[in-house]
Write a protein that binds this ligand. Structure first.
Ligand code: NAD
Ligand code: MG
Length: 347
């Protein structure tokens, strides 16, 4: 892959014409190895070694509280976190479950969306990610993994509060990847405020636009392209039920995402399109170190769960893969928890 040379462009610039191996600048589609060779390459890697390594052995090595105190300006970068989140860069092993699929993931540069992106790539899918331009350094890390896996990859920097940008994403994904089978509505805005008096109209608006409007716009724009067997996965949260006092606006949206998931599942069942939600608990991601939690509580993040630590993004990747896999054909309108043992929101 050629490194992007600009950081703010939202339009890909083709620098080569070969359809099997094209390289683009920023906002680019990266067709890594030849399309024909790609799946075999990814598959071989997936089966090469260690697929019998139990998840529990890996989980035993995940960082435990207390975590180092830290803070970043929103939206934060995974690169700058200490310890660095585990998105499955090294440990996730694919088995070709998503070979031939094309996925669009919002917030795919970091955290849970990045873990889903990496797992999808390692399962043989081609992937497009959407993220904010300022997150380009994290997005480049995902592009490098796509190249290593020999998958097609497209990167679309932009602001999901911009309807024109958001509604353009399905078409752009199809242009770069040749189709769209999996939509992951994952991007979100979360800022902790101590009371309603501190919750500004601006924050309320940003939370609603990012978490609800963008999901609505993007799902609507994607629908004409989705075929039987397609899957929509929305990232909700346990806070849809627990409603922490400092996350009123955010929790409202996470409950709304569950309701949207259930309604859409009913609408789309007859079209063979499944719609499900994942409800994470406390996960070690940039969102939490850039205003999502009170800074003084971060060292103990996740310690109140039965598992007793924050989850790592890679621990959610198998859920996203399972929901994307058409083999999970009788599950729609469901919410799947990954909460470290906390109760998950009912549905
Ligand atoms: P993250 O910061 O890694 O991901 C959030 C992403 O949202 C960012 O990377 C950014 O690309 C995107 N985003 C935010 N505002 C945007 C905008 N205006 N335009 C474009 N993109 C924008 O954090 P994460 O924790 O992985 O978050 C992913 C999802 O997981 C979110 O839906 C979040 O609500 C959910 N979640 C996280 C936790 C947790 O503890 N980390 C818990 C429950 C649910
Ligand atoms: Mg990010």
């Amino acid at each position: 892959m050629r490194e992007p040379t600009q950081t703010n462009s939202t339009e890909p610039t083709a620098t080569g014409g070969d359809t099997n191996r094209r390289t683009f600048l920023t906002g680019a589609a990266i067709a890594g190895a030849a399309a024909a060779a790609g799946p075999a390459l990814a598959q071989n890697r997936g089966q090469s070694s260690g697929s019998d390594a139990p998840m529990t052995a890996q989980a035993a090595s995940f960082p435990e509280p207390p975590y180092p105190a830290q803070q970043q300006p929103w939206p934060g970068l995974a690169q700058r976190m200490n310890p660095r989140p585990d998105h499955g860069e090294e440990h996730y092993r694919g088995t070709g479950r998503l070979r031939g699929k094309r996925a669009l993931i919002t917030g795919g540069d970091s955290g849970i969306g990045r873990a889903a992106a990496i797992a999808f790539l390692k399962e043989g899918a081609d992937v497009a990610i959407a993220y904010l331009p300022v997150e380009e350094p994290d997005a480049r890390d995902v592009a490098r993994i796509a190249e290593r896996e020999g998958r097609r990859f497209a990167a679309f920097p932009g602001d999901l509060r911009d309807k024109a940008y958001t509604t353009s994403l399905p078409d752009r994904t199809i242009r770069e990847l040749g189709g769209l089978d999996i939509l992951v509505n994952n991007a979100a805005y979360q800022q902790w405020v101590p009371g309603l008096e501190q919750l500004s109209d601006e924050q309320f608006d940003q939370t609603m636009k990012t978490n609800l409007y963008a999901m609505f716009w993007l799902t609507k724009a994607a629908l004409p392209h989705l075929r039987p067997g397609s899957s929509i996965i929305n990232t909700s949260s346990e806070v849809a039920a627990t409603a922490p006092e400092g996350l009123i606006d955010y929790s409202m949206t996470k409950a709304g995402i569950l309701t949207f998931t259930k309604s859409m599942a009913k609408q789309l069942a007859s079209r063979g399109i499944r719609v499900n939600a994942v409800a994470p608990g406390p996960i070690w991601t940039p969102l939490q170190v850039s205003g999502g939690q009170p800074t003084d509580q971060l060292p103990q993040f996740g310690s109140s769960t039965p598992i007793g630590r924050a989850g790592q993004p890679v621990e959610l990747a198998p859920l996203y893969v399972a929901l994307a896999d058409p083999a999970l054909s009788y599950s729609t309108g469901q919410v799947f928890g990954a909460t470290g043992g906390d109760p998950q929101p009912g549905i």
